[in-house]
Design a binder for this molecule. Sequence first.
Ligand code: ADP
Length: 164
Amino acid sequence: MKKIGLYPGSFDPLTKGHMDIIKRALKIFDEIVIAVVKNSSKKLLFSLDERKAIIDEVYKTEKNIICISLDSKLSVELANEINALAIIRGLRAMSDFEYEFQIASINRSQNKKIESVFFAAQDKLTFVSSSMVKEIAQYKGKISKFVDPIVEKILEEKIKSSGT
Ligand code: ADP
C-alpha cells in the first residue's frame, strides 16, 4: 500500500525550509500531500488560492507531490480521508517544539490512528521562515537562498503590487 504523508501548513509562501522537509519526507513516504490551510489566526500576504498556485507551479513536474487547499476541515480529518499514515511537520528549533507538541496532541485527541512525524531541515535552513522571507523581500533584500526562483519572482511582484 502506498505510504502517504500529509504536510499541512500556511506556506505563505513556500520556502526552501518547507522544501527540505518535503525532500526528507519523501525518503520515508511514497507520496506527500501538501495541504495549504486557511489559517485565520495569521496575517497572511497571499490568498489560499495564491499559496496553492505557487506550490503547484514549483512542483509541477513531481508526480509524488500533490497540493490541495484546506479551508473547511481539520488536517486530521483530511489525513483520515486520504488514508495518510501520518501528519508531517517540521522542527526548526526548540521554540517550535512546544507548539508542535500541542498540535500533535490535539490531532491525536481527534483520531488516534494518525501519527505525527517531525523532520528537521538541514542546518543552514533551520532559521528560514515564511515571515522572515517576506520581511527581507519587503525591504528589497536578497531572498534567493531561501526560496525557489519561482517564489522569488512571485513574492517580489506581490510586494511591488501591494505597495508594502
Ligand atoms: P504553520 O502556520 O502551520 O506553522 P508554516 O507554513 O509556517 O505553517 O510551517 C509548516 C510546517 O513547516 C511547520 O511544522 C513548521 O515548523 C515547518 N517549517 C517551516 N519552515 C521550516 C524550516 N526552515 N525548517 C524546518 N521546519 C520548518
